[in-house]
Design a protein around this ligand. Structure first.
Ligand code: C5P
Length: 308
């Protein structure tokens, strides 16, 4: 994510992500789940801007939602302490021993409750934006610690590239550039709450055998991806939350089945759902699939690709 100065404003584009692989290694004593996942950013972005509020640096901070410019289906998120932009700004300001200031403005293009990481990406974007706009000069390592306090996926977005994430998601190991994947994504009309999906999983305690098995499988997937062997790689792309989330949201199975019918390499759910994606043979194939799927009434459909 790159923070830019545009006239009087500071601006950053916050990408969505896809989980190309997700395994749950077990439930931990703190209630979180130990996981191993491969995530890649995709070219779908929220836009976050910051401007100095009228009245100068001492004026209080506010958060606006740009409803007019946001994508259809992206309703206004709560504009208070429940919003991750708000929480990230307050956390960083508190850590720096100052008040949060200025006007943050959020334009949403990433559907919520989708497993696409929109809220987490917005939080990472806020840390980067406020760090620059407030002239804090925090190093990346310190921002990573604050990111982990905000949510399990936030450190991944701060790192800003394809990565294997472990622990509850906060240990991020970049994997270097992977070949671009052309994908079609469906976000059904109903979403899934991450907390509910994990709760419904009823996972056993962390299993070391599963850890070894997952590490092997993931290494093979990364090897195949780096070789560009998409057909083999796609067979290794799985999401251990998919059946649980599908039981919570019937749309997921419909969406996955529809994507699978488009003749791509792989079709799976991302994160805790409810969005599903297909890895297609080319950008053209992804666009054609999106055009066909858009008319099926399965929700928001778009073609995009992974970056880095
Ligand atoms: O970390 P984040 O706020 O995104 O997590 C939302 C909820 O999802 C947590 O409160 C927890 O219930 C669940 N979760 C989990 N294990 C993880 C990540 C999230 O159980 N690794």
């Amino acid at each position: 994510m790159v923070v830019r100065k545009v006239g009087a404003a500071w601006e950053v584009f916050a990408p969505a992500k896809l989980n190309l692989y997700l395994d749950i290694l077990g439930r931990r004593d703190d209630g979180f789940h130990e996981l191993e996942t491969l995530m890649a950013p995709i070219r779908v972005y929220d836009r976050l801007q910051w401007r100095e509020a009228v009245g100068g640096d001492r004026s209080p901070f506010s958060l606006n939602f740009d409803q007019a410019a946001s994508a259809a289906g992206c309703e206004a998120a709560p504009l208070d302490g429940r919003n991750l932009v708000w929480r990230a700004a307050e956390l960083l300001a508190g850590d720096a021993g100052r008040e949060p200031t200025g006007r943050f403005s959020l334009l949403k293009r990433i559907p919520a409750q989708a497993g696409l990481g929109g809220g987490s990406s917005d939080a990472a974007a806020t840390l980067l934006l406020a760090n620059a706009a407030w002239g804090l000069h925090y190093p990346q390592s310190r921002l990573m610690q604050l990111a982990a306090e905000l949510g399990s996926d936030v450190p991944f977005f701060l790192a800003g590239e394809s990565a294997v994430c472990r622990g509850r998601g906060e240990f991020v190991e970049p994997v270097g550039p992977l070949p671009r994947l052309d994908v079609v994504v469906i976000k059904p009309p109903a979403g899934v709450s991450t907390a509910e999906a994990f709760q419904a999983l009823r996972a056993a305690p962390v299993d070391e055998v599963r850890r070894v098995h997952s590490a092997r499988r993931l290494a093979e997937l990364l090897g195949r991806l780096r070789l560009g062997s998409l057909a083999t790689a796609s067979r290794l792309m799985t999401n251990a939350l998919e059946s649980t989330a599908s039981a919570l949201c019937a749309w997921i199975e419909c969406a996955c089945r529809a994507v699978a019918g488009m003749g791509g390499y792989a079709c799976l759910m991302t994160g805790s759902g409810s969005a599903c994606f297909g890895v297609m043979r080319s950008a053209r194939h992804a666009r054609r699939a999106a055009a066909v799927l858009s008319s099926r009434g399965l929700g928001t459909v778009f073609a995009t690709s992974t970056c880095r």
